[in-house]
Design a protein around this ligand. Sequence first.
Ligand SMILES: [Zn+2]
Length: 72
Amino acid sequence: MDMIEVAQRRQQEEIEHALAARPMQATGRTHCANAECGEPIVQVRQQMGAQLCIDCQRAVERGAQSCARGAV
Ligand SMILES: [Zn+2]
């Protein structure tokens, strides 16, 4: 029983480490992640953790929607 308890505790610690190592989700990029674009991202969207400028984000969302619709 002790072995299991130790293993569980270690697993829990590993999960906590992984979570701590993850970059803060609230910190977005200052410029668009699309290398061909590189447009600055407005501060409000940066705080929301945006990775793309509004134009690229819209293009992605449009693409995702059409993909989802195609799948259904
Ligand atoms: Zn962009």
